[in-house]
Design a protein around this ligand. Sequence first.
Ligand code: ADP
Length: 163
Amino acid sequence: MRIGVCPGSFDPVTNGHIDIFERASKLVDKLIVVILENPNKKYLFTLDERAELIRQSVSHIPNVEVDFGAGLLNDYVKSRDSHIIIRGLRALSDFEYEFQRALFSKYLDDEIETVFIMTNNKYAFVSSTGIRELAKFGGKLEGLVPDVVKQALEDKFNTVQEK
Ligand code: ADP
């Protein structure tokens, strides 16, 4: 069985991510979307909230599993009997970071391949950071994130404002 791993922080998941999951899921028998915590980062949504939002947004893709990961990505990938890391690629600005990450991964384990899927033109400008900002200032989220994410963002920022 060919298993692919799609890692990220997904804070929150966007339609850009979902598009990558849909396309990646056709290249493998099973796609594992793994949420990784970077201890140096502050997140808007908790791990559980992020996982739940992804789960609700991928219910139309039959071979996707959502999981949590800690430590080195390569170790996680091997622990799941996979050797394929799938990442989405947007602008040139993503390239440098992704290039370095992929080379690091290869240096640590030559068996693991990182595969890139080019962003869908429609979502080339969509990032979780941009979405959080847009939501904070009450911008239009329609079409950029799944409906459940739109709702969760509206709830999050309304709650924050009421305090
Ligand atoms: P990280 O915190 O590791 O950068 P993200 O959650 O921001 O993780 O993104 C996970 C993956 O999805 C990355 O490979 C990123 O490049 C990709 N990605 C994010 N937004 C888009 C988009 N709009 N189109 C295609 N790929 C995207």
